[in-house]
Design a protein around this ligand. Structure first.
Ligand code: ZN
Length: 155
């Protein structure tokens, strides 16, 4: 059997092709992240940022602490804040960005968990989640900040 004879080569070529394809996906992902774009979590097509606000939330976690089950933890612990000046020293906060896919039209969020040290943001973790579970939090943020804006105008 000729095919059997060439089997090691065939396996090698297939493995190489797989590595190449995954490598390309990986590099494309990295490239998009650098440009401030994101890949769709559903279909991997390019997703564009559509959030208009710098959604900022406080996370009751300090310095290098970690949390298990990020989505569950963040959904129940994130608190909307208006600006970085409201972050207590040593506490973590996060930005939430909303992206919309150019391929399948679905939305997802990117949560950037960071620690502010001497005026600089040090990203601790970056998570990507479905949009829907985070929508109430984003709406709560908008509400809090609109209320504050009105209060500022009244003063
Ligand atoms: Zn998509």
């Amino acid at each position: 059997m000729k095919l059997f004879y060439y089997l090691p080569e065939i396996v090698c070529v297939a493995a190489l092709a797989a590595v190449l394809v995954f490598g390309l996906f990986f590099v494309r992902d990295l490239f998009r992240k650098k440009k401030g774009e994101s890949s769709c979590i559903y279909c991997k097509a390019a997703a564009a940022k559509i959030s208009q606000y710098p959604y900022l939330f406080l996370i009751p976690v300090s310095f290098g602490e970690t949390y298990a089950e990020p989505e569950k933890y963040l959904l129940s612990h994130m608190r909307p804040i208006a600006g970085k000046e409201q972050i207590p020293t040593g506490m973590r906060a996060c930005y939430v960005e909303v992206y919309s896919c150019t391929g399948c039209d679905k939305k997802h969020v990117v949560v950037k968990d960071f620690l502010r040290v001497r005026g600089e943001d040090h990203i601790k973790e970056i998570h990507e989640f479905a949009y829907e579970p985070f929508r109430p939090l984003l709406e709560a943020w908008e509400e809090t900040n609109q209320v504050q804006e009105k209060r500022n105008q009244a003063l």
